[in-house]
Design a protein around this ligand. Structure first.
Ligand code: GLN
Length: 241
């Protein structure tokens, strides 16, 4: 049994080391003897989402989002069915925005996949910060944000409450969305290397979707947790740099 990851548009949606999320999932699977394959998808080929255990959409500039928009729209139906059937999807920043209804720029609007009932509008400033969230299940989640868009998530469940940073729109105090087996967030960092509990949660969802036992062998997370704690101590607990 091999787990498979589809990395969508790695050439265009890959800001601030978003590829680190893929590396993390891959390594954490391999360390447990789970075979894993990563396929880069550039949008010219027909792919079957049902073959995949994780779909990853990274962040991109407005220009790059415009470039992938049309290719993404060709997959709209298949990605929506994948998500509605419980497929695991991680989307970061520009990828997160593209899951929604639209991302409204000053002079044009990028239509989204309408998988999430969220709307994004560009603001006058960029929201740039380290970020610390509080999540009910995993405790703190740390990352880095840099976005012009402000996202409004209506009745969706957020990924976390913002303890430090701006989050979805800089005003309502929440960050990201969790919907079915989708995790959508503004957090780069990249996100997963410093949040091992979240990474293992994603691997467990992937295994459960395949009908496999989601019991994961424990691995030593000392380095990852030290890096995580450094950010929490620095930005939330007020430790000097
Ligand atoms: N272009 C989007 C914005 O600025 C997303 C940026 C990103 O992916 N970091 O809001």
């Amino acid at each position: 049994m091999k787990l498979k990851i589809a990395h969508l548009y790695p050439d265009l949606l890959n800001l601030y080391g978003d590829i680190g999320n893929i590396t993390t999932i891959k390594k954490r699977c391999e360390w447990r003897g789970l075979e894993i394959q990563v396929d880069s998808v550039y949008g010219n080929e027909k792919i079957h989402f049902t073959d995949y255990d994780l779909v990853f959409l990274g962040g991109g500039s407005d220009r790059e989002q415009l470039l992938v928009r049309d290719k993404l729209m060709l997959m709209k139906k298949e990605i929506s069915s994948y998500v509605e059937d419980g497929g695991v999807l991680l989307a970061v920043c520009g990828g997160y925005q593209l899951l929604g209804s639209y991302y409204k720029l000053e002079n044009e609007t990028i239509q989204g996949l309408e998988i999430l009932n969220i709307q994004t509008e560009v603001g006058k400033t960029r929201l740039i910060s380290d970020v610390v969230l509080e999540n009910d299940e995993f405790g703190t989640i740390v990352g880095f944000e840099n976005h012009g868009g402000r996202t409004y998530i209506n009745d969706h469940k957020p990924l976390g409450k913002v303890l430090y940073g701006n989050g979805n729109n800089g005003t309502d105090g929440y960050e990201g969305v969790v919907y079915k087996n989708v995790i959508a967030t503004y957090l780069h960092g990249s996100l997963l290397p410093k949040n091992p509990l979240l990474s293992d949660h994603i691997i467990k969802m992937m295994l459960e979707q395949r009908g496999l036992s989601a019991e994961l062998e424990p691995i030593d997370n000392k380095l990852e947790l030290d890096a995580h704690k450094y950010i929490v101590d620095r930005f939330v607990n007020g430790r000097k740099k």
